[in-house]
Design a binder for this molecule. Sequence first.
Ligand code: PMP
Length: 429
Amino acid sequence: MTTSAELFERACRHIPGGVNSPVRAFKGLHRPPVFIERAQGAYLFDVEGQRYVDYVGSWGPMITGHADPEVLGAVRDKLDHGLSFGTPTAIETSMAELICEIIPSIELVRMVNSGTEATMSAIRLARGFTGRDKIVKFEGNYHGHSDSLLVKAGSGALTHGEPSSPGVPAALAEHTVTLPHNDLDALEACFEEIGDQVACIIVEPVAGNMNCIPPQPGFLEGLRRVCDQHASVLIFDEVMTGFRVALGGAQAHYGVTPDLTCLGKIVGGGMPVGAFGGKREIMSHISPLGPVYQAGTLAGNPLAMAAGIALLTKLREPGFHDALAQRVETLCSGLEARAEAAGVAMITQRAGGMFGVFFTGQSRVDNFAQATACDADAFRRFFSAMLDEGVYLAPSAYEAGFMSSAHTAEDIQATLDAAERAFALMARA
Ligand code: PMP
């Protein structure tokens, strides 16, 4: 049998850090990352035959569980027709129609290959549309790895200690203004000073890349108001929250309508897909309708569209998101009760199908400063103990957790039993 440790050693010879995305590395955890061979429903199976209850779900897409038979079937049906044509196809229009129907603020939508491409393109469009250069983002929000957005970013950039990456020219970074998350006073002060130079605000409506931070009441509404006052474009980065926090995303859940929306993860059903779309008036500036250039050799790939459409169609089943939120609720309240019983200071935060676990004595966590003040060492001990128990959590205190409809009551109970033992270990240490 080949072990994860052996595979990791081999991987490190030719892949930087042994991983094709830094978030997969077990930073500071003193063990090699687990190499997965296959997955089914709520479970991952590693190369050593160990089964894990998975709360990462490929970082979001697997909202109905791994290897969903309907998603796989849709891909199989398309497979023999060929992988890519570089021409328009009917299935791209079906996808566009589906997205516009589910998220009514999207009138025109362009498919891309990743969340990074979606946000990068939306930013360029907002700049081209307004003729302004500055963009406003929030500390600890992650919007992919394009240059303008890797300034005080979350996710792997934060986990690996480089929230503002070397390699981003200062002349570009100076156009990215970063403000504290959930802080309307700071936002209003900023717009009073430079509002007429701001092309757009981009925000994770539920921040999921510095753990899980829902918006404070009024925050998203405040963003909408300020953008309207200053003729700036409001971009919701719903790469993570889209189709997860509610079918119509965070904008449906919180009742605030952005001008542009970025999608990724679930929209591709596990294939490499992203999308950006929104108001016709703004989207009409994209090439070939307008002058703002954006393109993709494999964009709208037929297999990827088939996977995404199959998954989105399943999510339209009435009650899907209520049941998912209920599962998250059961898990989170169960974790809190067990932490409290063990005397471990821990809280959870949640929004629909996503959640976060914070090791802190605070009663809530609303921003980057509070998220990074949590006990990172306690998280590492919890993560390792849970992994030993067969529960796979994101290997960073700065990532949200994801549940799927494949998580059964038994899976949740097994997770809570494991957590009880993990908290007992932590309390003894
Ligand atoms: N935006 C958000 C909110 C994300 O969570 C991510 C990825 N986790 C991205 C953008 C980038 O997406 P991708 O990794 O597909 O490029």
